[in-house]
Design a protein around this ligand. Structure first.
Ligand SMILES: [Zn+2]
Length: 292
């Protein structure tokens, strides 16, 4: 089974007019990313049929729908409503992750409800954009919930030294280490090759503390030289890496006229010369193992 562990989906009323949506919802950070005032526009969009067609064309069985790191609690709730509907419509094609915000009236009640609806995790989270600290007590109770339920939590990670782009907001790597220490059984997925955090696993004192930390490859073709993939596997092992594209982001702006799943998958297989076992793990088995 081929699984893309990192995609995003929006209802058509949102992507037909992102500005009106974000003005009404006060989600300026999201708008700056999907519709930057300056620079290239890399955000693509896809409705249900388009996404499922692209999945079929790329040989993708299932996608994890990740929530966005909304600044407002009510937008988190709204996205969970979209996701609940979409996994009901297509239970064999999508896994839903939940958005959560510590300023929700009852974050644990929200997570419990989504758990009952068949969600599988939390994220993508970005506390520094969402306006709370990693040690916020209400947030930590959500992390405890995730640990108890065996839910993975996906975080957007920004490389500390890397590229400047619209809406760039730092996500200090030491905070992820702190979280991993607080919750040694919590499955943490650090997105975008973890902002190169995985290379700290070469430090033998840190490695045991990071045993429940995983890395997804979302948007990596936009961010890194493709030699990264093999280096990453050699550094942390293929069993800690899950493939994700960030679809419908245009991650090959020079080569793709529209977002797709197959360009990145092929590129990764070729560039890293993945063995069959590595492919099975990175394209599905490891992610499945994180879902319980
Ligand atoms: Zn991200």
């Amino acid at each position: 089974m081929i699984i893309d562990s990192h995609t995003h989906r929006y209802p058509s009323e949102v992507f037909q007019d992102p500005k009106t949506f974000s003005d009404a919802a006060s989600e300026e950070h999201w708008l700056e990313l999907v519709l930057p005032q300056k620079g290239p526009r890399l955000q693509g969009w896809a409705n249900r049929n388009q996404m499922i067609n692209d999945m079929d064309e790329g040989g993708i069985d299932r996608c994890a729908l990740l929530a966005w790191y909304w600044e407002k609690p009510q937008t988190c709730f709204l996205q969970n409503e979209w996701h609940a509907r979409w996994i009901k419509d297509d239970p064999n094609r999508f896994y839903a992750f939940a958005a959560v915000h510590p300023e929700m009236k009852d974050p644990l009640g929200e997570l419990t409800k989504r758990h009952e609806q068949g969600f599988f995790g939390i994220g993508e989270c970005h506390p520094w954009v969402q306006g709370f600290s990693m040690s916020n007590p209400s947030w930590l109770s959500c992390m405890e919930f995730a640990q108890d339920q065996g839910w993975p939590v996906n975080f957007h990670v920004t490389e500390p030294l890397g590229h400047d782009y619209p809406g760039r907001t730092a996500s200090p790597l030491e905070d992820f280490l702190w979280l991993a220490r607080q919750f040694p059984r919590l499955k943490i997925i650090l997105a975008h090759a973890g902002g190169l955090f995985p290379f700290y696993e070469l430090n033998p004192r840190l490695k045991p503390e990071l045993k429940n930390v995983y890395y997804d490859l979302a948007a990596c073709p936009l961010l890194y030289d493709p030699s990264l993939y093999r280096l990453l596997i050699d550094a942390v092992g293929h069993e800690k890496i899950v493939w994700g594209s960030d679809y419908p982001l245009k991650i090959y702006p020079g080569r793709q006229s529209k977002p797709d799943f197959s360009t990145f998958r092929k590129d990764l297989i070729e560039q890293a010369k993945l063995s069959d076992i590595e492919q099975e793990a990175i394209f599905g088995l490891t992610f499945l193992s994180l879902l319980n």
